[in-house]
Design a protein around this ligand. Structure first.
Ligand SMILES: Cc1ncc(COP(=O)(O)O)c(C=O)c1O
Length: 405
C-alpha cells in the first residue's frame, strides 16, 4: 500500500473544524454506536459519524419542536413528499449532472425499507439476485429471508484496489437471474466504481435483460480524485432498467431521522412498485427527516465541505498508521464512504478479528462475517470520528497486536 500524502487535503487547515464531540458527550448519545458496549470499549462499527450535524439541520429540528409542528405536514404549500422529491431531483442534477424526473421518485423512510421492498416488487421467490460479496448485510438478508437466491459475485484485488469480478459476474448470470444489486460507493470496501466499470455492468444488465437496483447512499462521500457517477446517468437503456436508492442520511449524519428516496428509471417501474406497495402503505419520510434533508441539501454545503476535508485527513491518518504500525493488516485505500475494510489474515489471530480487537483492544469494529460468509479475518473500521479518538483506537489495536501472548 502506498503512503498517502496530506497534499490531497491541503485545504484542511482552512476548514472550520467545529463539529467534533468529546467522548463524554458521545457516550451520552442514545445511539447504538455508543451504548452497545461498556465504557471501556471504543466503538468504530455502526455507519454514523461522531460529529455534530450541520447548524441548519439543528435549527430546522428545533423549529419543529418549538412550533409543535406535529400535524400533517406541508412545505411551501405542498405535500412534503412532493417537495422533497423535487429537491432530490435538483440535488442529483447539481451534484452529478444527472437529470431525473421528480414524478419517478418515491419517498420512503429509509434505505433498508427500500432494499427490501424493491427486492419484493421486482423479483419472485426462487429468482436469483446477483450481489457483490462482501456486501452490506441487508442486501443478503433481503434476498435470503424472502426466498430469493443470492448469487454471490466475488471481489477481486488487483494489487492496489478492489473491484467486482466482472468475469465471475457474467458467468454467474443465468436464466433465473432477475436482479443485480449494486452498492456504489461500496460498503464495506469503500470502492468507487469508474465510468468504464459501470459501463461494463450496464452492458451486462442490458444484454441479460436484468433490472438493476443501485444503492448510492454514500455518493457524496468520496476522496481524492474519485468521483461518483450514478449508473442510471450513463444512458437511456441502462437508465430505464435502474432503480436508484439514495438519501442524505450518511453524508449528513441523520440516519435516525428517516427520509430516503427511490428513483425509478421509468414510470413503468414506478407503477409496478406502487401497485405492490401503494403510497398509502409505504411510510414516507418522517417530518424530522424531511426537514433535516431540506436543511442539508439547501443550506449545509459549508458544513459538508469541512467534514469531508476532515474525513479525508482521518482516512489518511488511518492508512498511514496501519501501514507503519500494523503492516500485516491489508487495506486498500477507500475512495468513498468513511469505512475501511481490513483484511487481518496475515496476523493469524487465534479467533475472529472482531473478537480479538474487542477483547484484547477494547475496540468494537464491525465483524467481517456479517458482510462476507467465512469473513472472520476481516473487520470494517468506521473512521468518522475525532483525531483523538481515532488515535486512541489505533493505539489500542497496535498495543493488542504488539503485546499479544
Ligand atoms: C449501502 C448502505 N445502504 C443502506 C444503508 C442504510 O440506510 P438507512 O439507514 O437509510 O436504512 C446503509 C447504512 O450504513 C448503507 O451503508
Amino acid at each position: 500500500m502506498h503512503k498517502i500524502s496530506r497534499q490531497d487535503h491541503a485545504q484542511t487547515k482552512s476548514a472550520n473544524v467545529n463539529f467534533l464531540l468529546e467522548e463524554k458527550a458521545l457516550r451520552r448519545r442514545h445511539n447504538l454506536k455508543w451504548s452497545t458496549y461498556g465504557e471501556e470499549v471504543l466503538p468504530a462499527f455502526v455507519a454514523e459519524m461522531d460529529y455534530e450535524v450541520a447548524p441548519a439541520i439543528h435549527e430546522a429540528l428545533l423549529k419543529v419542536t418549538a412550533g409543535q409542528q406535529y400535524g400533517y405536514p406541508a412545505r411551501n404549500g405542498r405535500r412534503t413528499s412532493e417537495y422533497v422529491a423535487e429537491l432530490y431531483a435538483s440535488r442529483m442534477a447539481d451534484r452529478f449532472g444527472w437529470q431525473v424526473k421528480a414524478e419517478n421518485v418515491v419517498v420512503v423512510s429509509d434505505l433498508v425499507q427500500a432494499i427490501f421492498t424493491t427486492v419484493l416488487a421486482f423479483s419472485r421467490e426462487g429468482d436469483g439476485i446477483a450481489i457483490q460479496n462482501p456486501c452490506y448485510p441487508p442486501f443478503r438478508e433481503a434476498t435470503t429471508s424472502t426466498g430469493r437466491m443470492m448469487i454471490p459475485i466475488e471481489t477481486k484485488d488487483d494489487g492496489t484496489r478492489l473491484s467486482i469480478d466482472f468475469e465471475g459476474l457474467s458467468k454467474a448470470i443465468g436464466p433465473l437471474t432477475r436482479l443485480l444489486m449494486l452498492c456504489n460507493p461500496h460498503n464495506p470496501t469503500g470502492r468507487v466504481l469508474e465510468r468504464s466499470e459501470l459501463e461494463n455492468i450496464a452492458d451486462l444488465v442490458c444484454a441479460n435483460d436484468l433490472l438493476l437496483v443501485s444503492d448510492e447512499v454514500h455518493s457524496e462521500i468520496t476522496f481524492g480524485g474519485a468521483r461518483h457517477v450514478p449508473i442510471a446517468s450513463l444512458g437511456k437503456a441502462i437508465g430505464e432498467r435502474t432503480i436508484t436508492l439514495g438519501s442524505a442520511a450518511k453524508s449528513f449524519n441523520i440516519a435516525g431521522l428517516k427520509c430516503a428516496f427511490i428513483h425509478f428509471g421509468s414510470n413503468v417501474l414506478r407503477d409496478r412498485y406502487l401497485s405492490i406497495f401503494p403510497r398509502r402503505v409505504i411510510v414516507p419520510g418522517h417530518v424530522m427527516g424531511i426537514d433535516a434533508t431540506i436543511a442539508a441539501w439547501e443550506l449545509s454545503d459549508t458544513w459538508q465541505r469541512d467534514v469531508m476535508l476532515y474525513l479525508g485527513d482521518m482516512r489518511n491518518l488511518l492508512l498511514n498508521r496501519l501501514q507503519e504500525e500494523i503492516p500485516e493488516i491489508r487495506v486498500r485505500p477507500p475512495q468513498g464512504t468513511y469505512m475501511a475494510w481490513l483484511d487481518c489474515s496475515e496476523l493469524q489471530l487465534p479467533c475472529s478479528a472482531h473478537e480479538f480487537f474487542l477483547t484484547e483492544a477494547q475496540v468494537a469494529l464491525s465483524a467481517g462475517h456479517t458482510f462476507l460468509p467465512h469473513g472472520d479475518n476481516f473487520v470494517r473500521l468506521n473512521f468518522a470520528t475525532s483525531e483523538k479518538i481515532l488515535n486512541e483506537i489505533l493505539d489500542r489495536m497496535v498495543g493488542a497486536i504488539r503485546y499479544r501472548s
